[in-house]
Design a protein around this ligand. Structure first.
Ligand SMILES: [Zn+2]
Length: 486
């Protein structure tokens, strides 16, 4: 048989290309897409989390219910080593009742939502509110006695609003290290650091405060601060501003406010949910590839984009892999983290417990962690946390997914979520690249983060992308390359 030079060259080139390229299993990808499209269950998980369980604030019975439900679901699918891991978190809090009404000079129900961990009011407060937004710090101090038991409007009328989402990272050619909109502190009369203590000492009955949301959207957070806590209700800015303007017009405004809450002291644990599909390779079966998403949410909506969408997709990815019976070489693990919203508690606890500096064997056996949290909509790719070697591998795995909507991996890093617990410990952790459409303006930590903001198509795709990445990470010969801790 004769070879022409050109044939020889093209063979050489093909061989060279193949050996340099990351292997991609198109047949398995096809099966994953089929299972994740034709027999998807992702909307069932999403529906259960958002509509049936609802808000999942840390250390509440609702959070525990979500953890138990997901654990039972993973067990039903036949995942192995399904269990909860707990740590001491602190007390939980549930809102049990709210009245927020203007009863004079006309009747008007006001849109508002109490901050998390706010205490109950002492019964129902009714009377003229006191607006201190234009008081000086000295006036506040001199007139403390006037504030006792009163409903106090602490901030100036809201004039700055979050009107635009940040640049969409998948569209932008610029660096994607562009943060969320900057929240300006509400303008209050005294030093923000000392005012809460002052209002607490003055015995204020309840605080109303606007937020930078508009059109009925409010950003509602909160934390447990028993030493300075006064019942505090975030109030729709348009309504808050109307109250202040009515008072400034000299109208006889009268409000009725009551907040009823329950603190949960009976179980003060935080919980992570873990489950896995065991690796089958005698050499590398103990090595771990992992995906995760935080299961907790804030309390004023059902945490649909933050973060039930990601929980549903992560669970679905595991269901798909289990269903396809793929016999992974490495162990594929998943985690649902608790208390991300109060500071990445769940993932930090997990990494400290299993991947501390002395856990040399575990650290050696860890390949990669895929996190699914910030933003919403389809997964377009991954933030590569300044890891170019990993990016080359991820680029190869993403390529066959462009047909279903994948776009690019970016070398930049992203902060503020659970992959940081891994990357801070020197373990490769990456986060999904997604849109921020309607996220910054409408859903992120607001009272409007509901089921409607997430599309079925996106959730199906996301489960497929996660399953494809977990599969390839589990099958490749080497672990994912690491970069030194920055
Ligand atoms: Zn969040």
């Amino acid at each position: 048989m004769k070879y022409s030079i050109s044939m020889f060259l093209s063979l050489l080139f093909a061989f060279g290309t193949i050996t340099a390229q990351e292997p991609v299993d198109l047949e398995v990808i096809e099966r994953i897409i089929q299972e994740g499209t034709e027999r998807s269950q992702v909307m069932e998980h999403f529906d259960y989390l958002t509509n049936v369980i609802g808000p999942r604030l840390s250390a509440t019975p609702a959070y525990k219910r979500a953890a138990d439900w997901s654990m039972e679901t993973l067990e039903e699918w036949g995942l192995e080593e399904v269990h909860l891991e707990s740590w001491e978190y602190g007390r939980g809090w549930t809102l049990e009742g709210l009245t927020l009404e203007m009863i004079g000079p006309r009747y008007f129900p006001i849109i508002g939502f109490p901050e998390a961990w706010t205490p109950s009011t002492v019964g129902v407060l009714q009377g003229a509110p006191i607006y201190i937004g234009d008081w000086t710090a000295k006036e506040v101090a001199d007139r403390a006695a006037d504030l006792r038991g009163k409903i106090v409007l602490v901030a100036k009328p809201q004039s700055e609003f979050i009107k635009e989402d940040r640049l969409q990272p998948a569209d932008s050619e610029k660096s994607v290290r562009i943060g969320a909109p900057r929240f300006l502190p509400t303008e209050m009369p005294a030093d923000r650091a000392t005012l809460p203590q002052f209002l607490y000492d003055a015995g204020v009955g309840a605080i109303l405060r606007p937020s930078q949301g508009e059109h009925g959207t409010m950003f509602v957070l909160g934390r447990d601060n028993p030493e300075t806590a006064v019942p505090t209700v975030i109030t729709a800015s348009e309504h808050y501003n109307m109250l202040v303007r009515l008072l400034e017009s000299g109208e006889p405004v009268e409000l009725k406010v009551s907040v009823k809450v329950k603190f949960h002291e009976e179980d003060t644990n935080g919980y992570n949910v873990l489950g896995e599909i065991k690796g089958t390779d005698p050499e590398i079966g103990e090595e771990i590839v992992m995906a995760g998403a935080h299961l907790d949410s804030w309390h004023s909506a059902t945490g649909a984009t933050d973060n039930a969408d990601a929980v549903a997709a992560t669970m679905e990815a595991m269901r798909i892999l289990k269903e396809l019976d793929i016999a992974p070489r490495r162990t594929i693990k998943m985690a649902l983290w608790g208390s991300e919203e109060q500071g990445l508690h769940g993932s930090r606890q997990y990494v400290e417990r299993h991947y501390g500096p002395d856990d040399i064997n575990n650290r050696e056996n860890f390949s990669v962690y895929f996190n699914h949290d910030p933003g919403t909509g389809a997964i377009y790719g991954w933030y590569m946390q300044e890891n170019p070697a990993a990016k080359e591998i991820f680029d190869a795995w993403l390529e066959p997914l462009t047909d279903i909507g994948a776009r690019k991996n970016v070398i930049d890093n992203i902060g503020s979520t659970d992959h940081l617990s891994f990357s801070r410990a020197g373990l490769p952790g990456f986060n999904t690249l997604q849109d921020y459409r309607d996220y910054d303006v409408r859903t992120h930590h607001t009272n409007m983060d509901f089921y409607e903001r997430v599309s079925e198509e996106d959730l199906r795709e996301n489960a497929i992308v996660l399953a494809v990445f977990l599969y390839h990470a589990a099958m490749r010969d080497e672990k994912i390359p690491r970069v030194p801790i920055s």
